[in-house]
Every structure is written in C-alpha cells, then in structure tokens.
Design a protein around this ligand. Structure first.
Ligand code: ADP
Ligand code: MG
Length: 342
C-alpha cells in the first residue's frame, strides 16, 4: 500500500493497474502492471521526457559514452545519473524484433511528460540477481542460459543487423520455472565457502536456479548496422566500402565480448575484469588482462575456458562471431556434466 502511494499519477496509464516497481533509474521506472483490458500482466517502462537536474531541465537524449555508462553503473553500483540516447530509437528498433530470446514491446505511448513502453513481463527479473543469489551457475545451467542469450544475439546480428551494445546481467531477464528434482548431483562447494540458501534441486540436467526462459532487454543503446537482409541503411552490397563492412563487423564484436564476460561471470560468480579504480579497470579491459583465478576456476572445464578465451580476444578480427560460438564443442556437444564425474 505504501508502495502504491509512492507511484506518481501517470496520465497515460489509465487502463493499467500498477502492481509493483521492478526497476528504476534516473529517467525511467519499470513497473509490473495489470492490463485491465486484456487481464494480462505486463512490465511498463515509464520514461520522463525531461528531468530536473541542478534546477535545469535536461533533455532525455544526453548520452554518456558506452564505457562511461557501463563503468558508472557497474563500478559505483548505483544507477546512472544521466540517461541514454533517444527513446524513440529504442522503440523503433524494438518494434522490428520478434524472437523468443528478445523481450517484446507490446505497445508504446506518450503524454506531455512521459513515454510509456509496455513490455512483455519477465517475472524473474534480472539474471544479475540470480547470480548474486546462487553465487555461481553450474556448467549445464550456464549453457542453458548463455545459449538462449546467444540465440537472441544471432537473431539480432544475422537477421536484423542490430547490435545491442549493452549486454550485461542487468539487461538479461528470466522467467522462473518450478524446480523438479532429478538425479544430477549439485556442483562442488562454492568459491566463497558460505553455505548457500535456496540453491534448489536439479532440473532435468540443467541444474538448480529455477531459470526457464532467458531474454535480452533494454535496447536503449542498440543500433542498426548495414545488413543484407534488412537493406538498411545503405543500398547495394557490391558498392559498400571496406571500412563500412569492417565497421559493421567491429560493432557486432562488442556484443560477443560482452557475451564472453557474461559467460565468465555465470560460471564463477564474478566478472573477468574488475577494479575499484575506474582507471585501472579501463586499463585491464584495454589490454584484455584477465585470468581464470584459482581456486574458483579449478573445477571448471577446459572446454568452457577455451570458449571464453575466444570470446575475450582483444583483437575483434580474431574474436568469435556468433556463428563460431555455436560451432564450439562446449555449446554443440551436449549434454555433458563435467562436474559429475570425478
Ligand atoms: P534502463 O535504461 O534504466 O537500464 P531497462 O530497460 O534496462 O532500462 O530496465 C531497467 C530494469 O527494469 C531492468 O534492469 C529490470 O530490472 C527491469 N525490467 C525492465 N524490463 C523488464 C521486463 N520486461 N520484465 C521485468 N523487469 C523488467
Ligand atoms: Mg538496463
């Protein structure tokens, strides 16, 4: 009831009954809501058109660079002060997307003060919180998650010519599934030795966590590159300059790097690159300096490390593409349970 009192009156949301807040940032609030017309639950991302900042009205389209935003959120561990580029672009891109691994946009509207993105509801929320809760994921569960994310990226890169540019655990959402006990044993004790609560039983080879469907959300930083299928933005294949072709490949490779970071984080519970100091962290990323830290990585398969090494390659030309990802044995040759056999 208290929560409800704090929800502002949104003129554009009359047909919805707001149930609870699911996420917030400086310029956007995401609510779980009931559509009273369809009786379906949805997520609504409410975005202020203008924000009062130092008693000055700041327009919504005041983006930080990718790395600035990333570091701001991840290192300081609090929401960004300044929001991202044009919401209308986010909507325009989302409207073209339809895939089981992509959160779909149900509708879009606006009034004087706000934009409203009505989204498919992901009941489980952020994958980020599930990693924090479980400490780390078993290899089968990590594969279950990362393959779904990769299928979404494959669709974006190969079919739509869209680069997400902000793949990270906060922007990966999931639906929980009921936990069904099976005979697959749990992984060995966790890295931080703390007894884990609520780890869950193992589900048909996937193992703990209760994660069903995983989807990519937040297209606020995404962009469309030239693509044969979509024929946007420029025309004929044979006339495209090499630097444009290269540019496109480079921009796609940023999602593959991020995919490598997510896979690394799933398997051990901490990110490949981290430092309290933003400067040192930036340096580590630039050099691609990361390790498979002992003892946390000791019992994780060589095959998964090999895959990560190919994703976290500082040379974007050598870095795996989404197609190569799906060719890798760790992804292709399932099922295997490397932690089951001693
Ligand atoms: P921002 O631009 O503020 O990062 P996001 O689209 O990432 O906006 O949404 C912010 C947060 O709101 C997400 O990290 C997630 O916790 C929650 N959220 C967003 N969309 C959904 C959804 N469809 N279902 C459930 N939670 C959502
Ligand atoms: Mg986000």
């Amino acid at each position: 009831r208290d929560q409800k009192a704090k929800v502002p009156k949104y003129p554009g949301l009359q047909r919805f009954q707001i149930l609870k807040k699911m996420g917030d940032g400086a310029f956007s609030n995401v609510y779980k809501a009931l559509d009273t017309v369809t009786q379906k639950k949805v997520a609504i991302k409410v975005v202020r058109k203008y924000e009062l900042n130092n008693s000055q009205a700041t327009p919504y389209n005041n983006p930080l660079s990718f790395s600035e935003r990333h570091l701001h959120r991840d290192v300081k561990n609090k929401p960004r002060a300044i929001e991202r580029a044009n919401i209308l672009k986010e909507v325009q891109i989302m409207r073209q997307l339809k895939h089981p691994s992509i959160v779909s946009l149900v509708s879009f509207s606006e009034d004087k003060e706000y934009y409203y993105l009505v989204l498919e509801l992901m009941e489980g929320g952020e994958l980020f919180h599930q990693i924090v809760k479980l400490t780390y994921f078993s290899e089968p569960l990590s594969r279950h998650v990362i393959v779904q994310v990769a299928e979404g990226i494959h669709y974006l890169h190969e079919e739509k010519g869209v680069i997400h540019r902000d793949i990270k655990p906060e922007n990966l959402l999931f639906d929980p599934i009921p936990i069904i006990p099976s005979k697959v044993p749990p992984p060995p004790p966790g890295p931080n030795d703390e007894p884990k609560e609520d780890e869950g039983e193992f589900i048909s080879g996937v193992g703990g966590g209760g994660i069903g469907v995983v989807k990519i959300a937040d297209f606020g930083l995404s962009k469309v590159v030239w693509n044969e299928q979509t024929m946007t933005p420029c025309g004929t294949v044979g006339y495209t300059a090499p630097e444009i072709v290269k540019d496109e490949r480079y921009s796609k490779s940023v999602d593959m790097w991020a995919l490598g970071c997510v896979l690394y984080t799933l398997l051990c519970g901490f990110p490949p690159f981290y430092d309290e100091s933003i400067q040192i962290l930036t340096e580590k990323v630039a050099k691609g300096h990361y390790t498979f830290l002992s003892p946390w990585w000791d019992d994780i398969s060589a095959s998964s490390k090999d895959l990560i090494t190919h994703l976290l390659d500082v040379d974007p030309d050598k870095r795996y593409t989404i197609k190569e990802f799906f060719e890798h044995p760790w992804v292709k040759d399932e099922p295997f349970y490397p932690n089951v056999t001693t």
